[in-house]
Design a binder for this molecule. Structure first.
Ligand code: C2E
Ligand code: CA
Ligand code: CA
Length: 419
């Protein structure tokens, strides 16, 4: 890795790369790591420095050459790759980097999560670009990336503004055929009621096993589906698969299904109604999860559909709660039955008193509104106990069980009933 926090060095090196590329493809990735301030405060600079070193090593592994990774600011890195053929490849590289960066970092016996966003710039045929302009365009892209759900964005040299529509990205095409090829499946992750100790439900999580790529994580392909009408097909497939598979899980009181906000339109109410009747599932056994931030950013469109869905008799859970606006004003407009406390708070609550305080107030707030609380991402016994003390209703996380294929989940439930 080269340390180029000195701006002149960064400039000079970038200029040299741009000039010497001689028609070969050159792709630049500006990576911004967030949440560092918060960590500096609680861990100290030295410890955070150690975490950053590990991040850098991960980037170097993706880049395959330390010389291609340059730290250009306190929380910014510039990765230079050549030989990427098209935008799809550049996006694949960005996804790989995000994947690496999102893995938790261990410091002594604690795990930390950092958030990252990536702005991408690709040299177009013929244009050399000067370092100054290129860095400016990368800044545009990174600003876009930080707001995009997929956390990356590409500067499109042919337009005046960055483009996040991924035209030559074949993951979209592959996904279109995934259901027909039998590559999609649902995994189930159990939830436990803390007061009774009983298994109270499970969350259904989609998995895509692609022939060439292996398992593709939903947080990579769902945002791609959400940008096109594809999400509607994926949702219909999910609803039917889960409701059909519930027959194999007779001991499971409830099932939670994730819905993207893009599908909250008239059609979804009909889709759910017909799936419920086709598979003869009692609506009281179904909970729909929508994320707080997505609902709030589309409040008017979402609320009507959510009310109609609730009217079918299903429950409604507000997912990733606490990461959005989470004010009572918004909450009161939503016909929710459950709040799902975001994993990031649960994860850190034993180490940071602020996070524990947030969890405590969220539980308190939910109680006041008559809503059930589910804590997700519970990874150890201490966290489970602390949540119980705080009055949380339900937990979900690796501590109880990982998401499992249908057969495994069914066996897991039977084993638990037997003991
Ligand atoms: P989510 O709804 O917040 O789902 C919880 C995620 O946390 C899941 O990741 C789950 O595997 C993971 N998880 C569960 N317990 C633990 C734990 O103890 N520790 C850690 N570190 N992680 C845990 P997954 O399955 O990769 O799903 C990611 C996201 O993709 C979901 O986030 C959800 O937003 C979306 N998603 C998944 N399935 C569907 C689906 O069928 N439809 C839609 N629209 N979105 C889906
Ligand atoms: Ca969820
Ligand atoms: Ca969640």
């Amino acid at each position: 890795m080269t340390l180029g926090i000195d701006r002149n060095t960064t400039f000079a090196r970038l200029q040299e790369r741009l000039e010497s590329r001689e028609g070969r493809g050159l792709s630049l990735f500006l990576i911004h790591v967030s949440r560092l301030r918060q960590l500096n405060r609680s861990l100290g600079y030295r410890a955070v420095g150690g975490l950053l070193n590990e991040l850098e090593e991960r980037l170097m592994r993706v880049a395959r050459d330390p010389e291609r990774v340059e730290r250009i600011g306190n929380a910014d890195y510039l990765v230079t790759l050549d030989g990427l053929m098209n935008r799809g490849h550049a996006q694949l590289a960005a996804l790989k980097m995000l994947d690496e960066l999102s893995k938790p970092l261990q410091r002594e016996d604690r795990l930390y999560h950092l958030d990252a966003a990536i702005g991408i710039w690709m040299a177009m045929e013929g244009d050399a670009g000067d370092a100054e302009t290129v860095l400016q365009q990368l800044e545009w892209a990174i600003t876009e990336a930080r707001q995009a759900p997929e956390k990356y964005a590409l500067w499109d040299g042919e337009k005046d503004e960055p483009d996040t529509r991924l035209t030559d990205w074949d993951i979209e095409n592959d996904l279109r055929q995934a259901a027909d090829r039998g590559e999609l499946s649902m995994f189930y992750q159990p939830q436990q009621d803390l007061a009774s100790g009983e298994i109270s439900g499970a969350e259904a999580l989609i998995r895509w096993r692609n022939g060439d790529r292996g398992y593709v994580r939903p947080d990579i392909f769902i945002p791609i589906a959400e940008r096109s009408a594809l999400i509607e097909e994926v949702t219909r497939w999910t609803l039917h698969t889960v409701l059909r598979e519930m027959e194999a899980l007779p001991n499971l009181p409830q099932i939670s299904i994730n819905l993207s906000v893009q599908v909250l339109q008239q059609g979804i109410v009909e889709d759910l109604r017909s799936a419920l009747s086709l598979w003869s599932v009692d609506p009281a056994r179904v909970v729909l999860e929508v994320t707080e931030s997505a609902v709030i950013s589309n409040l008017e469109q979402a609320v009507d559909a959510l009310r109609e869905l609730r009217a079918l008799g299903v429950g409604l859970s507000i997912d990733d709660f606490g990461t959005g606006y989470s004010t009572m004003t918004y909450l009161r407009q939503l016909p929710a039955t459950e709040l799902k406390i975001d994993r990031s708070f649960v994860d850190n609550m034993l180490h940071f008193s602020m996070d524990e305080h947030i969890v405590k107030s969220l539980i308190h707030m939910a109680r006041g509104a008559g809503l059930r609380t589910v804590a997700e991402g519970v990874e150890n016994e201490e966290t489970r106990q602390r949540l119980q003390q705080l009055g949380c209703d339900v937990i979900q996380g690796y501590h109880l069980a990982r998401p499992m294929p249908l057969e495994d989940c069914s066996r897991w439930l039977e084993d638990r009933l037997r003991t």
